[in-house]
Design a protein. Sequence first.
Length: 142
Amino acid sequence: MPAVVAAAAEVDAEIVLVRPDRRTAARALPDNVRVVDWIPLDEALPASAALVHHGGAGSAFGALAAGLPQLATTGPGDRRHNAELVARRGGGLAMRPRDITARALTQLLTDERLRAAAAQVSREIAGMPPPTDLVGRLAGLV
């Protein structure tokens, strides 16, 4: 979040920080940045143009299911893997937090290739059978 806040003033977008750490929330924030407490991701995504997140599987999958381009940071563990998969598929960007710039955030918001790839993945996800349809089949394999 600190990198997003540092770049925000140069980005033509409203940026919403969800549950930032105390240090970030206490900073003087640019006019286009606001802070909110925890909100369900699946309720926030329909009103969003893009998502910047820590690279966790739930955030990456949520943005893909919603058809949103995303910037996933390449943190430790599976977060690096998730971020790189999103970028390789074309539905977003993967970068270290310290590399987040106004240019990267603007690309996230304006690059039609990212938006198109994210929308395509969303359609693919929507076409998959729900887990409840697969449980019986999977149980039968055991």
